[in-house]
Design a binder for this molecule. Structure first.
Ligand SMILES: O=C(O)C(=O)C[C@]1(C(=O)O)C=C[C@@H](O)C=C1
Length: 387
């Protein structure tokens, strides 16, 4: 191995694991580096903890059917299980999900018209976007080979990190294979017979409500959090509410037959959400285009530990684009830390380099020397296009 200033010694087995050009075994093993055996056990227990079976097959998605009559939607939804829109998957309905054709199937949390659906379609044009009730269901659908990818919102330029989704990345064993940045333009929606003066409350995803904080405060509307923006639109349409609006997309307005009372109500016109694409297998990282790598690690307690960890990147001129800290789950904590004085944390870091880049391999080799836990979540092409 050639000597490089600031580089730390790296064992050959480590490079073997990290270097995509060396072997196929890299593919299966690079996501977990130096995972203590006890924590590894906890991980696989968590991953195996998947509920099984049941009875409902979601109807196929006709993406071209733009104009869906509201009355039909409401009638179908209340009387008949065969509604025109696909029902979001629940854990219970996963086992009967049939594979249709060869289009890439991408699971997202929410109902039709959610921003996550647009993100899936932006990342994979022509994909079949599969709505899921919860993020866990979307992850499970990938783990059980029922869909090919899951899409996960991870951070927003106004609202910041979506913390729960960081925790899901750790709990499940999927790999990040791509990212997509999407411009989020929120609308205030209401039923055709409702008007702004009558509105008292507004429903939406907590992130969307936070992104429209100023506008909603000015309007004096009470915020009510629901699972996703399009779900809020569907709910007010279904119940024909006159006193409640929804913060959601223009697409959701069209699908659920709602009026757009105001457009672009986010606090800043520059409102961008970054989504991650997840798959069962990692992709082989290249160096032909800009790549990003996402990792998660934990450190011993002590002065300068985090400084040392970040220095492994700084000394190799690797740019960090994101750092997030999350509490280390108690369960995992018991497995690999004997006693702690303060609250222990996991650090999630995104950096601008491919795992095929030797510099990045050296940086992680160096970090591995003192991190108590280190896992590569994925190395994937950076989204450098217009959101
Ligand atoms: O509710 C939706 O439509 C989503 O896709 C979720 C979500 C999020 O989790 O941040 C995605 C983009 C926007 O930032 C608001 C909500």
């Amino acid at each position: 191995m050639a000597a490089t200033a600031g580089k730390s010694p790296v064992s050959s087995s480590f490079v073997q694991k990290l270097n995509p050009r060396t072997s196929y075994c890299y593919q299966a093993s690079y996501s977990t580096i130096n995972l203590p055996r006890r924590l590894r056990r906890i991980h696989s227990q968590a991953c195996n903890n998947i509920s099984s079976s049941s009875d409902q097959v979601p109807d196929s998605v006709n993406k071209q059917a733009k104009a869906i009559e509201l009355q039909k939607l409401i009638d179908d939804d209340s009387r008949d299980s065969s509604i025109s829109l696909p029902r979001p998957l629940t854990s219970a309905s996963l086992s009967n999900l049939a594979t249709e054709g060869s289009r890439l199937r991408v699971a997202y949390q929410g109902v039709r018209g959610a921003y996550s659906e647009s993100a899936a379609e932006k990342a994979y044009p022509n994909c079949e976007a599969v709505p899921c009730e919860q993020f866990d269901t979307a992850f499970e659908a990938v783990e059980r080979w029922l869909v090919d990818r899951a899409v996960l919102p991870i951070e927003n330029s106004l609202g910041g990190s979506i913390h729960r989704n960081y925790d899901l990345l750790l709990r499940h064993r999927l790999h990040i294979v791509g990212e997509v940045k999407l411009a989020i333009r929120h609308c205030l929606l209401a039923n055709p017979d409702a008007n702004l003066e009558e509105l008292k409350r507004v429903l939406s995803h907590p992130q969307a409500l936070a992104q429209c904080e100023n506008t909603l405060t000015k309007l004096g509307l009470v915020r009510e959090a629901v699972d996703d923006t399009a779900g809020a639109a569907k709910f007010i349409a279904f119940h024909k509410l006159k006193d409640a609006g929804a913060v959601a997309s223009e697409t959701a307005a069209r699908i659920y037959g709602l009026n757009i009372l105001a457009r672009d109500i986010q606090d800043d016109s520059d409102n961008i959400t970054r989504f991650l694409m997840l798959a069962r297998e990692p992709i082989i990282p290249g160096i032909d285009k800009p790549f990003k790598t996402s990792i998660v690690f934990s450190l011993e307690e002590g002065p300068g530990e985090l400084f040392k960890a970040l220095a492994v990147f700084a000394m190799r001129n690797i740019n960090l684009t994101k750092i997030e800290s999350r509490p280390l789950p108690k369960q995992a904590l018991r497995a690999f830390v004997d006693s702690v004085k303060n609250f222990p944390y996991l650090f999630y870091v995104d950096f601008e380099a491919s795992m095929a880049d030797q510099n990045a391999q050296y940086a992680l080799g160096h970090l591995e020397e003192f991190a108590t836990f280190l896992r590569v979540l994925g190395s994937y092409p950076a989204d450098t296009g217009t959101p």
